[in-house]
Design a protein around this ligand. Structure first.
Ligand code: SF4
Length: 303
């Protein structure tokens, strides 16, 4: 079975190798600042799901330069480019003038070919859409929306803080301005069996299919294995034996089934996840990323 990987998409779009540089722009999140709650999503690390992002005390330019060094300035050598990935916390959750300043600092960097903005669908105001539309005309913008699940019951358990129609509404606003919309889905959430996980992926695929191909929006998906991170409330439930993590075989089976449900032009940004080994509690098999990807690719090739 073939799927449209992020690497394929980047090569088709840019014709060269593109690297992502994760940035912490110093924002917070309504699930942490008291607007919706203070504890955050049940699985979220204190770093706001930006464990590999740069240092929030540094400017965007400094973080880009350090990110380039970390990946060995590869784009310079290979005539590639970088995407500034606003990863930590909610990257549309600030006054629009502040957002504009941060995004523009990244966009104005000569080696940055586009920006990716990780956020929540309940933080996509009309003013944010208008800003993103303007930025997207300068360099391409991806907006990554944390859905995690289409099951309302699971959403309450993980303290996501919004209901499903909010997600569909955000997608609708973003689709009309032609940005790349990436949905973040977590596989292995407590209380979810394989069918529930597939339902989430079906929901994402059906939503994308709703849009006429003439709309310049492009849809993508990130499949992320649930990671249990030290210090989270999810870790407490895990230690209390309230749920079990997926085994590698189960995960591979579910991912393979998910891929079958996706339209052939949906960009698959990720098939697993990058947990911080220093704080990861489970599943430990996921730390051997090379092995996991090899097994996954073998299983996918055999479908
Ligand atoms: S919305 Fe994102 S940053 Fe905020 S608590 Fe949830 S996962 Fe963490």
């Amino acid at each position: 079975m073939k799927y449209y990987s992020l690497n394929d998409y980047l090569r088709d779009k840019y014709g060269k190798k593109i690297y992502k540089i994760a940035i912490d722009a110093g924002f917070t999140c309504p699930n942490r600042d008291g607007t919706l709650g203070t504890g955050g999503c049940i699985f979220c690390s204190g770093a706001g799901s930006g464990d590999f992002a740069g240092d929030r005390h540094e400017s965007i330019t400094e973080q880009i330069e350090k990110g380039k060094k970390r990946i060995g300035n590869k784009a310079g050598r290979e005539n590639g480019g970088y995407i500034a990935y606003f990863q930590a916390y909610t990257n549309t959750y600030a006054p629009v003038n502040v957002l504009e300043e941060k995004y523009m600092e990244a966009i104005n960097h000569p080696e940055i070919v586009g920006i990716a903005i990780a956020t929540r669908p309940d933080c996509i105001s009309d003013a944010v859409v208008e800003l993103i539309e303007r930025i997207n005309k300068i360099k391409p913008v991806w907006v990554e929306l944390g859905l995690q699940t289409s099951c309302e019951r699971t959403a309450i358990y993980i303290r996501r803080g919004y209901e499903l129609p909010v997600f569909a509404n955000a997608v609708d606003k973003l689709a009309t301005i032609g940005v790349h919309i990436v949905t973040h889905v977590i596989l292995g959430l407590p209380g979810e069996d394989k069918e529930k996980m597939l339902n989430t992926v079906r929901y994402v695929a059906d939503l994308a299919a709703k849009y006429d191909k003439s709309i310049p929006a492009r849809f993508g998906i990130k499949l992320q294995l649930l990671h249990i991170i030290e210090g989270t409330d999810l870790a407490k439930d895990y230690y209390e034996g309230r749920f079990e993590c997926l085994s590698m075989d189960e995960y591979i089976d579910i991912v393979t089934e998910c891929l079958k449900l996706l339209p052939s032009d949906m960009v698959v940004h990720r098939l697993t996840g990058d947990g911080d080994k220093r704080t990861l509690i489970a599943p430990m098999w996921s730390t051997d990323k090379k092995r996991v990807l090899n097994e996954l690719n073998r299983a996918i090739a055999n479908v």
